[in-house]
Design a protein around this ligand. Structure first.
Ligand code: PEP
Ligand code: MN
Length: 260
């Protein structure tokens, strides 16, 4: 089916251009975000990611800087001129985040949060809707309908792996889901091999597989010093590892009539 084109700020998702969204799992400091943003931009990423509000399994884990990150995000956006995506974890955050982000991310844990989806459907910002950790593709598509029913058609799906019996990877990246979305729906789809594998050595090969399956872009976690990351350090790419993926993507994408 024909894929919708959804603008993430100045970057179109779903056309012949392939989009790379990159940045840290959580925003930790100005230095961390700025150095990462500059590097990923130079390597060809067009959208910056960074968690401000984090949904963590343990309440004792770092929960994100919240509002105290807003000023530094503004500064980094100004310096790099990159559109910014961040997760909205609660409808009460929508109005505050509205002026900060070009794209609202709905995290895996909130795919079934229908009140959040309905509220986002009343906004005019694009939404990146992650698949729930145990979400059927059918349920994921119905979750997207909760947003579009309210009038916001700017929905992009994100496959980020599902929980299965397998334990060598954090999640099982469902390549079938990407092919399914492309064949049978109009939604663009972004692949998240960072959460999809949770193993940084597997991110490069699964990124290439996702391109071959037809994804419209990738979202990748990058950190200047993964061993000190406050979340998801085990799956964060170092700068040189990210750069190598970008080099490989630039070789692979033309096979599928796409460019970065
Ligand atoms: C994230 O993108 O950092 C994140 C929390 O992802 P997910 O919702 O897919 O677990
Ligand atoms: Mn993460």
């Amino acid at each position: 089916m024909k894929t919708n084109v959804v603008p993430f700020g100045p970057v179109n998702i779903g056309g012949s251009k392939f989009a790379v969204i990159a940045g840290p799992c959580s925003i930790e400091s100005e230095d961390q975000l700025l150095s990462t943003a500059k590097f990923v931009k130079e390597s060809g990423a067009s959208i910056l990611r960074g968690g401000v509000y984090k949904l963590r399994t343990s309440p004792k884990s770092f929960q994100g800087l919240g509002k105290s990150a807003f000023d530094l995000v503004r500064l980094v956006k100004q310096e790099t001129n990159m559109p910014f995506i961040s997760e909205v974890t609660d409808p009460r955050q929508i109005s505050d985040l509205y002026d900060l982000v070009e794209v609202f991310q709905v995290g895996s844990r909130n795919m079934h949060n229908y009140e959040l989806l309905k509220e986002l459907g009343k906004t005019d910002k694009p939404i990146l809707l992650k698949r729930g950790l145990a979400g059927l593709v059918k349920e994921w598509l119905l979750a997207a309908d909760y947003i579009t029913e309210q009038g916001n058609e700017k929905v992009v799906l994100c496959e980020r792996g599902i929980r299965t019996f397998e334990t060598v990877t954090r999640n099982t990246f469902d390549i079938n889901a990407i092919a399914h979305v492309k064949q049978f729906t109009n939604f663009p789809v972004i692949a998240d091999p960072s959460h999809g594998t949770g193993v940084k050595e597997l991110i490069a090969p699964i990124s290439m597989a996702a391109v071959a399956a037809g994804c419209d872009g990738l979202i990748l976690e990058v950190h200047p010093n993964p061993s000190e990351a406050k979340s998801d350090g085990h799956q964060a790419l170092k700068f040189d590892e990210f750069e190598k993926i970008m080099t490989d993507l630039k070789k692979l994408l033309p096979v599928f009539d796409k460019t970065i």
